[in-house]
Design a binder for this molecule. Structure first.
Ligand code: TYM
Length: 327
């Protein structure tokens, strides 16, 4: 089976963007691929995290993975920090990464812009992400559009390592959905929907109560027109909502445009909210069961063992090739 690896940061509540852009595809890929899905807690600490919040959010992300449909008897679900090989290979790949490459990363530029002191981890973050992927020799990495550039760097680092030390790593491919790879903010369609936004009205959290979801969608910014039409250039807000609707209903954009022709935004937004609720509500119910059942730690322990077995054998090969003394 081809291999898949991906992960999400526990730096806040997962959003509908995380679900549509990535998590949904994790669930799809688990039956056809050998899958590793992690909670990237080591990445989350590249910006300051309150320890109690980090712990709670890490557990919440793992529980949401399961609630969304990841089956731990099929896919390996684990916490990044429980497999030390990530930090080790991350360091080795950092030494192969050029400053110029990291300086070009748009995520780094966005996150560091206007800040007085920027942690070095935020800068070297992509080398750790490359280690995550290469440790498992992943063929495919399901991510949203914003991770494309990090994936490119991962591929470059894999090539570089192979060239310098001999064929070791497979070159991974991104797996990015056609619709929904970039879900935008509800209050500003020029920004992506983000769990770290200070304005809770700008995103739908996967755990938002149905009434909160309805309210947020009814308040979502649109334009002064009344045509429900997919036109990202001229109607970015409505196009974003159409993308969400398509992903949550299984209908195509064209079908939705036809359905709301001549009706204005009112009914469109109302029914969009119901489509979102119908996707998230069952996930929320399973989430509560999982959190109260106490099964999470067992799943994560088992995941840690399986992931560590893979990662350690890869790390050993890497150390051997780089000239480390193995004892
Ligand atoms: P993170 O935690 O920011 O996001 C997790 C996943 O959700 C996708 N995503 C979105 N997709 C569509 N629309 C949005 N508005 C949206 N916001 C987020 C992201 O593209 C991502 O797939 N660097 C990664 C975490 C990571 C990782 C890895 C991913 C660390 N190591 C190895 C893959 C493989 C990140 O910050 O994702």
């Amino acid at each position: 089976k081809p291999k898949v690896l991906s992960g999400m940061q526990p730096s806040g509540q997962l959003t509908l963007g995380n679900y549509i852009g990535a998590l949904q595809n994790y669930v799809k890929l688990q039956h056809t691929h050998d899958c590793f899905f992690m909670v990237v807690d080591l990445h989350a600490i590249t910006v300051a995290q309150e320890p109690a919040a980090l712990k709670e959010q890490s557990e919440a992300v793992a529980a949401l993975y399961l609630a969304a449909g990841l089956d731990p008897s099929v896919a390996t679900v684990f916490l990044q920090s429980t497999v030390p090989a990530h930090a080790e290979l991350g360091w080795m790949l950092t030494t192969l990464t050029y400053m110029g490459e990291l300086e070009r990363m748009t995520q780094f530029k966005d996150k560091s812009e206007g800040k007085e002191s920027v942690g070095a981890g935020l800068f070297t973050y992509p080398s750790l992400m490359a280690a995550d992927i290469l440790l498992y020799n992943a063929d495919l990495v399901p991510v949203g559009d914003d991770q494309k550039q990090h994936l490119e760097l991962t591929r470059d680092l894999a090539h570089r390592f192979n060239q310098r030390f001999g064929e070791t790593f497979k070159i991974p491919q991104p797996y990015i959905p056609e619709v929904g790879a970039r879900i935008m903010s509800l209050d500003d369609a020029s920004k992506k929907m983000s769990k770290s936004s200070p304005n809770a009205g700008s995103f739908i959290a996967m755990l938002d109560a149905p009434d909160v979801i309805r309210k947020k969608i009814s308040r979502a910014v649109t334009d002064s027109g009344r045509e429900v039409k997919y036109d990202p250039q001229n109607k970015p807000e409505v196009s974003n909502l159409l993308g969400i609707y398509a992903q949550c209903s299984g209908k195509s954009i064209a079908e939705l445009e036809a359905q709301y022709e001549g009706q204005g935004y009112g009914p469109f937004k109302k029914e969009l909210a119901e489509a979102v609720v119908s996707v998230l509500e069952p996930i929320q119910e399973r989430y509560r069961q999982i959190r109260s059942s106490g099964e999470l730690y067992d799943v994560l322990k088992q995941g840690k063992e399986r992931a560590a077995a893979e990662a350690e054998s890869m790390l050993k090969q890497v150390k051997e090739k780089m000239g480390f003394v193995l004892l």
